[in-house]
Ligand binder design. Sequence first.
Ligand code: FAD
Length: 509
Amino acid sequence: MKNTFLITMCDLSLEALKAYPPNETRILMIESQRKWQALPFHRKKMVLGISAMRHFALELQRAGYEVDYRHEPDFASGIEAHHHQYQPGQILAFQPREWGMLQILQRLSENLPLTQIPNPFYFLPREEFIRWADSQQNLRMENFYRWMRRRENILIQNGKPAGGQWNFDKQNRRPPPNRAYPDPPLVEPDAITRKVIQIVQAQEGFWGSADDFRLPVTRAEAWTWMEHFFRWRFADFGPYEDAMRRGDWLVTHSMLSAFLNLGLLHPREVVERAIQSAEEYAVPLNSLEGFVRQVLGWREYIHGMYWYKMPEYRTVNYFELERNLPDWYWQPDKCELACLRDSIEMVKQHGFAHHIHRLMVLSNFATLAGVNPLRLSEWFWAGFVDAYEWVELPNVLGMATYADGGLLASKPYISSGSYIHKMSDYCSDCRFDVHQKLGENACPFNYLYWYFLDRQREKLSQNPRMTVIYRLLERKSAEEKAAIRRESEHFLARLPQGNSDYHFQYDAG
Ligand code: FAD
């Protein structure tokens, strides 16, 4: 009797199935309608996920597996129907990436022979992260990252960090580069992808368009995408990792997150190839270390923290912010702030914007405007091709909005317009003036920043990393503070109301 292996959208790796050969194992894959109806997802995200699954099903068949590929109202009914039809000895599944799926599997395992296999898609099994976290006084990423570098012996020489430093951030804060980089290797959709595009385009209730979908959907294509990054952008990754350029969705970033998160690439092979490529293409250490820090450090840390803090993580709201997400986040053409409009347009067009747009524009604005962080998190989950709850939730609620009260970040990532001015080319073409602090034409980030600090004084002023900034606030005259309050409230009162009609089904499966 064969066992069944349940392969979800994030498990698309033949390598991961090595211990489960075709003569012993049948594969179950499910496209769940309910999962897709949980939010107004981006059409490119839908096409990427569905097409990658369908391509992987073919790869599995070519490797000799029998694949039961089902279209079902939800995962649970798909698994039950499969069990009824095939009566497998066991149903195996990798530990799910997301809390909702874990609930579904746990419920089903009361009546079905379901077994979870340790998830092989990370460097660190989640149980080991939890052991690490339990042994720490301080859960900061930096401590975890150093521990991981030593544990994995990556960029370590004679027991010390390569180059004598754990990070090279000081060299990595340059404003946008003047040079252009070659386009990534976009993929002409094949018949499978074209069919999925047609289906998704015809559906109501999703966001953006998939007509121009050109992303990799197989491991081979994702590998080519990765190699292109190493060849053309990697050397400049470090210095320009915080830089934003109008209309440039990648600058020097890799966009490998989408393929890593589907399982098409493994983080270990990405880091190994990064180290080899650094030699091949003479990539400086500040770029190599900066990239390794993202994959070995941040990605693993975020994954671990999600499992360490779920399900409570979904409920945090340290600043008690309650505004709906302004309509601008769905309809950017109406937004007057050039940086915010362009960042949202980028997401609407590509289902992607790089880290600094996410952190210092999209989330910074939402926090300063008092948006409920969970509504922002839902938008990220819906809109980004690389978004899954395990990775967007800690990033949004922890790193970007400080909604967890400082579990992940030592201070909120908020700023006035000057940061955006320094790190981008947006301000030169904006209807607002970044140099004006107050008045009709002043950049809204400028007054909203001080207004936020003023209102959150009780929760932030004792933070040692905020002392200097609160001292500056105290030095402002009563008149200036009153003007900041007046202009902020005027701006916020005119902010387009968000749609509170949709309700995300968190554990939709
Ligand atoms: P690069 O800059 O080229 O970095 C290489 C890789 O490192 C990425 O592919 C990614 O896998 C990993 N990485 C880097 N930073 C992080 C991080 N903070 N968390 C996890 N992995 C990281 N990442 C997602 O994969 N999915 C999300 O839904 C997501 N939502 C985010 C929301 C917010 C508000 C913020 C601030 C960050 C979010 N991130 C998310 C993290 C990060 O922004 C993206 O991983 C990165 O922008 C992806 O682009 P890239 O592949 O070009 O990354």
